[in-house]
Design a protein around this ligand. Sequence first.
Ligand code: HPA
Length: 270
Amino acid sequence: MTEAAALIRDQAPGFTPKLGLVLGSGLGPLAEEVEGAVRIPYTALPGFPRSGVSGHAGAVVLGTLAGLPVAVFAGRAHYYEHGNASEMRVPIETLKALGAEALLLTNAAGSTVKEVGPGNVMLITDHINFAGANPLIGTTSGDSRFVGLSDAYDRSMSVRLRSVAQRQDIPLAEGVYMWFSGPSFETPAEIRAARILGAQAVGMSTVPEVIIARYLGLRVAALSMITNLAAGMSDEVLSHAHTQAEAAKGSARFKTLITAFCAEASVKGL
Ligand code: HPA
């Protein structure tokens, strides 16, 4: 068990999260929906990242969301902050040590599909690791580091997200997420290349967390909040402030979808 898991156990005795949730840029308000919340700042947890990115709070919130015991990671650290792809390894190891089965990742992303503009939610069905970094480089665990990613995104969690979205009248796009290191945004040429390579969304996070979670045997699902059409596809000037503002606008939809997902999982199991 990680030191952080032991500290969390002290503050939330007997609590076992079933699902972990990582909240992306501007999506933090979901953490306020957690009932019976125990909130622990990352600064109190050894090995947790110190995110310096605005819009990323940096706290783990334990409690129930629509009846499902969850651990919400409000704030992530990114590869572009220090060039370390395993920034989120300790939080995800801690989640596993606390007994969780699955991880639902969220992010803000740009869309390469004209028809899927800002405000849309996209279910990630697969990814392209275009940053080329890997959080498992340097892992000394022998052969277990050769993690298969053919089925990285959990089928049954995805099926449930689709059906819940339909019931809640939330259009749910689907596609491949391409990880760019950031922190600069892409060029229009990179976006044309991304489209040719098969990406429907581009962003600066999530992929390393998926790899770590699969390494640890957690089931994974991931959702993108589309905050903009990708570079060169509109006249909009891309900026972090723009990403945060658009993610905040779309966060109500996200909240509805994730809460409904948790409600069903609390009754039927994950
Ligand atoms: N590119 C990369 N990351 C992003 C974008 C984008 O267009 N929008 C939000 N995060």
